[in-house]
Design a protein around this ligand. Structure first.
Ligand code: GLN
Length: 265
């Protein structure tokens, strides 16, 4: 049995669970019953988190999620889950912000992050709620069997504006000075940040629309999906569509990662 938790403090957790269930059904049919058994749970406590093999951080409002996580004593357990144990974790929109090592402040201020992906995100990159949009996305990481574009739902969405030099080893050492058990192999095995998908940038889109060339180079493309080892983030909200392709892709990643962990002891 593989237990996947969805952090259920605020935001679109219910929608994630529905799509995860749909994806797990497709997986079990496509693999003729050889795929894992899955259970999907809402996570609001440390005990629930401890029972999870993998975790989704939904879209919503990252400041609110971090405040509620802090007041529920979940911030440190979440950091351990993602950064220390490197369990498979996926953050969408606000979830991606929380998984970034660095985020800009907004007018309303900053907030605690969980971290886990060595990137800096720009919150609300595309503007306010009224500037929310949907765009057909090419997602090269999805299997080519269904090449139709994925409907990207961007709501006050962040983008990855910078990939930071890998800090994993340093941060683990610093945050866990008292716990030298942190397997160096885990940090050493940590992979670089992979850029999985991009969207033509704001400026580039404006140029395409108006034909006026204003510094198009500067913002040629926005990074909207990244992965570093087991930790994955998307700027947009697949959970607000009924397309299970990314959930299915991610469950396959989780299945492989859990298998590896269990085999290695
Ligand atoms: N911009 C929001 C934040 O800072 C995230 C928006 C979303 O998840 N739809 O949390």
């Amino acid at each position: 049995m593989i237990t996947v938790g969805v952090l259920a403090l605020q935001g679109a957790f219910y929608e994630h669970i529905q799509l995860l269930k749909k994806a797990a059904n497709i997986l079990s049919q496509s693999e003729n019953g050889s795929s894992a058994q899955w259970q999907f749970i809402e996570v609001r406590t440390k005990a629930q988190l401890d029972s999870c093999d993998a975790l989704v951080l939904p879209g919503g409002e990252s400041t609110t999620i971090s405040l509620v996580a802090a007041s529920s004593d979940l911030l440190e357990p979440l950091r351990d889950f993602v950064k220390l144990h490197r369990r498979p974790t996926w953050g969408t929109c606000a979830g991606l912000i929380l998984l970034a090592e660095s985020a800009n402040r907004t007018k309303k201020g900053g907030q605690e992050l969980i971290g886990g992906i060595d990137v800096r995100v720009n919150r609300n990159h595309f503007g306010r709620q009224a500037e929310s949009f949907q765009a057909p996305l090419e997602l090269p990481f999805l299997p080519p069997s269904d090449p139709s574009p994925f409907n990207g739902v961007f709501i006050r969405a962040p983008v990855v504006e910078k990939i930071l030099p890998s800090q994993e080893g340093i941060q683990i050492a610093e945050s866990r000075r008292d716990e030298t058990v942190v397997a160096p192999s885990r940090a050493a095995a940590e992979q670089a940040v992979e850029v999985l998908a991009k969207l033509p940038g704001r400026t580039a889109r404006l140029v395409a629309k108006t034909g006026v060339n204003i510094d198009a180079e500067k913002e040629a493309e926005d990074i909207i999906a990244v992965k570093q080892g087991n930790v994955f983030g998307t700027s947009f909200h697949p959970e607000l569509t009924d397309d299970p392709r990314i959930h299915l892709w991610w469950l396959r990643q989780v299945q492989d990662a859990v298998k590896q962990t269990r085999e290695s002891g």
